[in-house]
Write a protein that binds this ligand. Structure first.
Ligand SMILES: [Fe+2]
Length: 283
């Protein structure tokens, strides 16, 4: 597996010296255009409250209500970091022995965590914004703190032609990569492996996570897992992983229709990390 810190498409920095809370409509349009073209973009040096982040998301993409019950207000956390619908990741209450964020340390698309949402088709443009408020000096083993991405359009192009043709005929059932909280109805969704992007019309792979089951292997969970692992290993052999190195104030946007991602571990009893996360469907 090859990991790169510069990628030909993913991770482009846009809107330098802009404040996301005060963008003009042409700037909003150009941000969206860049996102569809690049798959992952970053706007740096931002200073927003959670509710400013949410207002920006609504203005840019539309409604942010995706059926999740908002967490109640927590008096031990800075009120500026709290707004219904905006999740706080990391250890905002300080250093802890707990392992923080483990659920995000597998390769996945975020759509598969979503509860049943009326009208949300599998090709929907589900965008996630991750705002690094406080970023640890390092991730694991002294390396910089990163979130890693795979360009699934590049991955599709890098496969051999015969393999692409075979995958065009196949679909997988996607399940959440994590056990959902009690009472949350997260449906199993059938999705073609080769997906056409709604705006760019480009083809890419949509694999869910390692819990996905190839159609036809519903009763053979071990074979289904082997199939997914083999396919994913083939992709990692021929497609570089892009590591976004975090700086405090970064807001990274990714289009789940084009990329997979994985969080990377950090030491929460040595470092504090606070990130705000917001997912939205483009309307
Ligand atoms: Fe995620």
């Amino acid at each position: 597996m090859l990991t790169v810190q510069q990628h030909s498409r993913l991770g482009k920095e846009i809107l330098q010296d802009c404040d996301l809370a005060h963008l003009t409509m042409p700037q909003v349009q150009s941000l969206k255009q860049s996102l569809w073209e690049q798959g992952v973009i970053v706007v740096r040096k931002q200073k927003l409250t959670a509710s400013q982040l949410k207002d920006f998301a609504i203005k840019t993409f539309g409604d942010t209500n995706l059926g999740r019950r908002p967490k109640p207000f927590d008096p031990e956390i800075d009120p500026a970091l709290q707004s219904p619908g905006v999740s706080i990741l990391g250890n905002p209450k300080g250093l802890t022995q707990e392992v923080v964020g483990k659920f995000a340390w597998v390769w996945h698309h975020d759509k598969d965590h979503l509860p049943k949402t009326e009208g949300l088709d599998m090709n929907a443009l589900y965008v996630v914004m991750l705002y690094g408020v406080e970023i640890p000096a390092e991730g694991i083993d002294g390396e910089p703190h990163t979130t890693n991405f795979l360009d699934m359009m590049e991955a599709y192009q890098n496969l051999e032609r015969q393999h692409r043709q075979q995958l065009e005929k196949q679909s997988m059932y996607h399940l959440s990569p994590i056990t959902p909280p009690p009472g949350e109805d997260i449906p199993r969704k059938l999705h073609p492996i080769v997906s056409t992007h709604k705006i760019t019309g480009r083809k890419g792979l949509y694999l869910g996570s390692s819990t996905s089951i190839l159609q036809g292997l519903e009763d053979k969970p071990q074979e289904a897992q082997l199939y997914w692992n083999d396919l994913f290993a083939t992709i990692l052999d021929c497609t570089p992983v892009y590591a976004h190195i975090w700086q405090p104030g970064d807001i990274v946007f990714w289009d789940n229709s084009q990329v997979m991602h994985t969080g990377m571990p950090y030491n929460a009893n040595k470092y504090k990390r606070i990130a705000l996360r917001l997912g939205v469907v483009n309307h």
